[in-house]
Design a protein around this ligand. Structure first.
Ligand code: ARG
Length: 302
């Protein structure tokens, strides 16, 4: 009996080792695919098989050089290229939004000020809000700056800088709505459809509170507001400043006086990238002391 158990344990160990190796490989491949270089290197290595030995060795050396080069790049993406890539979702006025074909806003100006202090050029990469953390994790972007709330769950995937702003989750309803305070949403027998931007804290909290079946997710706040105007949903839960901008730009909507949640906004970086995180934190401290952050905020929030 004992022997069978031992055998089973050994088998399990082998299985996990394999599974783990499989996992690691996938991660490597995903990394390699980002810029395609390593993939090319591998393919070339295979083709070289069977050719004379010297050529093969040359190829291999070249591949190793490539890999080394790439590892170095991975460690300090920003400094190597002189660029600081910011992942954001530019449908979040006044933090980030399009003015013509230019992305402007509080986050953009703060990020620009940070990049300047670091001697780097800011590059803005606009994407779905839902993709920002993955972009930072993969190294496709150096940091996520998107009015992003610090949450316990996100802290498991990324590191956050010092907070540079406070956020409040507000509730937008149509004028004359039966929903007049946040408590109405929790009332006995209440069955409202809440609209949110996918993967935001509005989405996470309201799904927790009101259940999956009562939450409709949209790609951005404007789409949610359009659905509210069309009567598809009963309210939109979204950060207060974007809520104000949306209500100002759309007829027949109001923001409830009672808010839904209070939060802190911060910049996220790849987990363990303390080198960049420290620099960002120093920059935030300096910009705060210089009154620069306040100045930027005052420009957009009257
Ligand atoms: N503060 C909310 C969150 O972190 C919403 C942020 C949405 N930001 C944006 N750029 N669309 O989940």
């Amino acid at each position: 009996m004992k022997k069978i158990l031992a055998l089973l344990a050994a088998a399990a160990l082998v299985a996990t080792t394999f599974a783990f190796a499989g996992c690691e490989k996938k991660v490597e491949d995903a990394d390699a695919n980002v810029d395609g270089e390593a993939v090319e290197g591998e393919v070339e290595g295979e083709v070289a098989e069977g050719e004379d030995k010297e050529a093969v060795e040359d190829e291999e050396n070249a591949a190793t050089e490539d890999e080394k080069e790439e590892e170095k790049e991975d460690e300090t993406v920003a400094e190597d290229e002189g660029k600081l890539v910011m992942a954001t979702n530019a449908y979040f006025q006044p933090y980030e939004y399009f003015e013509g074909d230019k992305i402007v806003g509080i986050d953009v100006e703060i990020a620009e000020a940070i990049a300047e202090k670091l001697g780097l050029e800011l590059v803005i990469d606009d994407m779905e809000f839902n993709s920002i953390i993955a972009a930072v994790q993969s190294g496709a972007a150096d940091m996520g700056v998107a009015g992003m709330t610090v949450t316990e769950e996100r802290l498991e995937s990324v590191d956050f800088s010092y907070s540079y702003a406070n956020g409040v989750q507000s509730i937008i309803v149509a004028e004359g709505s039966a929903i007049t305070t946040v408590d109405d949403l929790y009332a006995e027998g209440a069955d409202y459809q809440v609209g949110v931007q996918l993967a935001t804290t509005g989405d996470i909290y309201s799904t927790d509170d009101f259940g999956e079946e009562n939450v409709t997710r949209y790609s951005n706040g404007s789409e949610a507001v359009l659905a509210l105007q069309g009567g598809d949903i009963d309210c939109v839960i979204i950060d207060n400043e974007p809520a104000k901008a949306l209500v100002a730009a759309n007829e027949g909507l109001v923001i409830l006086e009672t808010s839904y949640a209070d939060e802190d906004y911060a910049i996220c970086v790849k987990k363990g990238n303390t080198e960049l995180l420290d620099k960002i934190n120093v920059a935030i401290e300096e910009l705060t002391a210089e009154g620069k952050i306040e100045e930027i905020v005052a420009k957009y929030i009257k």
